[in-house]
Design a protein around this ligand. Structure first.
Ligand SMILES: O=C(O)c1ccccc1NCC(=O)[C@H](O)[C@H](O)COP(=O)(O)O
Length: 208
């Protein structure tokens, strides 16, 4: 059984579906250059209509702490995710000052990328580890890299265009705290596929 974070949400219906299907965390992107970016206005509207048990996460990259604080308050976000090159000290300071849990995203390509993670242990609450790579046009995963990070005692969300069918392998090889999914459960950009989302959550929660 692993937690599920559905990321890149960009409309109310998908957010409600994800919540009703049992997602534990919902990710909303505030990264300026990101194709996944949504407006504050939209997130305020979505979060205000969601039940309180699902945790909305604001995703940022190298943003100013004051701006993050303002966005958290306005939108009712409960956690934040940092996708940039935020230093361990920045993560720790944000965690303390903002009173929220911090996810730190890393793209892991090799052993030396994985070695940097130890600097963040104790400064963040969760790692989101994208272990995907392209083999021709096929997305594959180096789950072994993520498995090594589990020993750092920071709960790990495994990610990188994970599809429902890949969840079982990810759970077996990594034993992660959670699975973070976006691209692997889309039917169109910024639109989730209901059946894929359902299957992914059911696999992660051990119901399938
Ligand atoms: O979305 C971005 O703009 C972005 C920028 C820099 C690093 C990562 C980025 N996105 C990935 C995520 O934020 C997600 O949490 C997660 O990895 C799931 O996404 P996907 O790989 O599409 O399943």
């Amino acid at each position: 059984m692993a937690k599920v974070k559905i990321c890149g949400l960009a409309n109310y219906n998908d957010s409600l579906d994800a919540t009703n299907l049992g997602a534990d965390f919902l990710g909303f992107h505030f990264i300026k250059e990101s194709p996944k970016k949504v407006s504050e206005k939209m997130v305020i509207d979505i979060v205000s209509k969601l039940p309180p048990f699902v945790i909305p996460v604001g995703v940022f990259a190298d943003a100013d702490q004051k701006l993050i604080e303002k966005t958290i308050k306005k939108c009712g976000l409960k956690n934040v995710q940092f996708n940039g090159i935020e230093a361990p000290e920045f993560c720790a300071a944000a965690k303390a000052a903002l009173g929220v849990k911090v996810f730190k995203f890393f793209k892991l390509e090799n052993e030396s990328d994985a070695e940097k993670l130890s600097l963040y242990a104790g400064n963040v609450d969760y790692f989101v580890l994208d272990v995907s790579y392209l083999d021709g046009e096929t997305v594959k995963h180096n789950f072994e890299l993520a498995a090594k990070a589990v020993n750092l005692n920071v709960p790990v969300f495994v990610s990188g265009r994970i599809t429902p069918e890949e969840v079982k392998e990810a759970l077996e090889k990594v034993a992660p705290y959670g699975v973070d999914a976006d691209g692997g459960i889309e039917r169109l950009p910024k639109r989730k596929d209901y059946d894929k989302m359902n299957n992914l959550i059911r696999y992660a929660h051990g119901l399938k």
